[in-house]
Design a protein around this ligand. Structure first.
Ligand code: HEC
Ligand code: HEC
Length: 441
């Protein structure tokens, strides 16, 4: 008996040695491993996915946080701290803006996630074409001076609210190769096929890449989105401020002019905006991008309820998964992406993710009428909303006006009509199982 135990122990010992080697060994061609996930519980310290150094939580009394000088060379805890900071007028905030810090709108259930805040866009139609409101299509809610708080005229007939989209897990989305997204869309039935658009990558001299972030898939890189958000949500300029919130030739290099009740007013310098441009040297923007890129993918509800398990197959059979693509694999480590400006790191490369989105635009009858950088045809299209982490939100569709998944499904028309009808043809039990599945993501 003792001898048998010894042999068994030896076998287990050898297996324990061999297992990590076997697990770590990449299989050529397929080689994907599941991305690390967060349990979507702010009380669990599990957001970091291993991209770059982790560092230690910042204590400002001891030392200021240090931003990266290039993508990936900073520390996660410092980047997270900078993402969570509030800015004031002396930092360049405004003159018009929507919020004082990224975390104000990207907070729940963990830093980088969601909030119920909305931004507002407006424009009008001239000769059948969407044209931005005079001071830019993004109409800010706040200002540092009552004289320049934005008021649009009744001439702006195309108006849309848009709620926050979560950025948790977006580093993996950034690392999906263009070709992977294109092949996925090409395999969709013609009637449901999505539209992918090439959009400029600010940090790569506006080289084009397939857009994937935002309600209109208007950005392709996290650095470009972060520069856009710093400028367009907070009014802080930097060398990474591209953005497509205005047709003004100076858009991106300085804030947009202010649309006031007395007309468009140049508010981008003193006295309204006392800080010289660029207001940030780019370090904050790198910190935002790298923080988001270093977050884990939203993980499934745990344990998964029996109803959700039953609803899993229904999600495919009624046709939801056509647009809400379950699985992607990111490009291999070492692949140059973002117009050559970023190299896929080990922590993000060859990772299998389940975003439940094709990141493509579709006309499902909910289009907000706004055109960003995907051409006039995109006015009535929206990006398939990624459903990962949706159980942690309760304001759905781009306007955030739906509280239940069932109401949300009923709004699916156009290219999603068949899926909605199939859903409605299910038994009451099956419909409730499918909803349970969505709310387990
Ligand atoms: C006032 C609220 C607000 C603030 C402040 C804000 N955002 Fe956002 N964020 C939004 C909204 C609304 C969207 C959806 C925008 C759209 O598509 O039109 C969004 C979308 C995003 C996305 C796209 C995520 C995805 O996968 O679609 C990223 C990335 C992002 N924000 C980063 C930032 C960063 C970085 C900051 C700080 C510089 C920031 N945001 C500040 C409201 C905000
Ligand atoms: C033809 C493509 C398509 C199909 C099929 C489709 N959807 Fe969608 N879905 C979208 C688009 C596009 C949006 C975003 C629309 C908007 O915000 O205006 C969306 C949004 C959603 C949302 C809201 C997510 C959020 O964050 O606000 C849910 C939930 C959803 N879909 C579930 C489903 C379910 C369940 C099915 C199957 C019954 C389905 N969808 C079928 C394209 C599709």
């Amino acid at each position: 008996m003792l001898k048998l135990m010894k042999v068994l122990a030896l076998v287990l010992f050898v297996a324990a040695l061999a297992l990590p080697m076997w697990l770590a060994k990449p299989v050529e061609g397929q080689g994907g491993t599941e991305a690390l996930t967060t349990d979507m519980d702010a009380k669990t310290d599990d957001l970091f996915n291993g991209f770059g150094a982790r560092g230690t939580p910042v204590d400002e009394c001891v030392a200021d946080p240090q931003p990266p000088t290039a993508r990936g060379n900073g520390r996660f805890e410092d980047n997270k701290f900078i993402f969570s900071e509030s800015e004031g007028v002396a930092d360049g905030l405004g003159p018009t803006y929507n919020g004082v810090g990224c975390v104000e709108c990207h907070q729940s259930v963990d830093t980088g996630g969601f909030a119920q805040d909305m931004e507002f866009r407006a424009g009008h139609i001239t000769n059948g074409q969407f044209v931005d409101a005079p001071g830019g299509q993004l109409v800010h809610a706040r200002g540092t001076d009552s004289d320049i708080v934005e008021h649009i005229s009744t001439a702006e007939t195309e108006k849309a609210f848009r709620i926050v989209t979560s950025a948790i897990g977006d580093g993996f989305v950034e690392c999906i190769a263009n070709g992977t997204l294109q092949n996925n869309v090409a395999a969709q039935p013609a009637a449901q096929r999505g539209t992918l658009t090439n959009v400029p990558v600010t940090e790569a001299n506006n080289a084009l890449r397939v857009g994937r972030f935002g309600w209109k898939a208007q950005q392709a890189s996290l650095l470009s989105f972060a520069g856009d958000a710093y400028l367009n949500e907070m009014g802080i300029t930097s060398k990474f401020a591209g953005g497509r919130s205005s047709n003004d030739p100076a858009a991106g290099t300085e804030e947009n002019p202010c649309t006031t009740a007395e007309g468009v007013r140049d508010c981008t310098g003193p006295p309204f905006d006392p800080v010289a441009d660029p207001e940030d040297d780019g370090g904050d923007v790198l910190a935002f991008a790298d923080f988001m890129a270093a977050t884990r993918a939203p993980g499934r509800q745990n344990p998964i309820p029996a109803a959700a398990t039953r609803g899993d197959a229904l999600f495919n059979s009624v046709g939801c998964a056509v647009c809400h693509t379950r699985t992607f694999q990111t490009a291999a480590p070492g692949t140059l992406i973002n117009g050559g400006a970023f190299t896929v790191p080990n922590a993000l490369g060859n990772k299998i993710i389940h975003p439940f989105s094709d990141f493509a635009l579709h006309n499902i009858g909910t289009g907000d009428g706004i055109v960003q950088n995907a051409g006039q045809g995109s006015a009535n299209q929206m990006r398939t909303a990624p459903l990962w982490g949706i159980r942690a939100r309760n304001r759905f569709m781009h306007e955030g006006l739906n509280i239940t998944i069932t109401d949300t499904i009923q709004l699916h028309a156009g290219q999603a009509t068949a899926a909605r009808n199939n859903f409605n043809a299910l038994s009451a039990q099956q419909r409730s199982d499918l909803v349970a599945f969505v709310l387990s993501l």
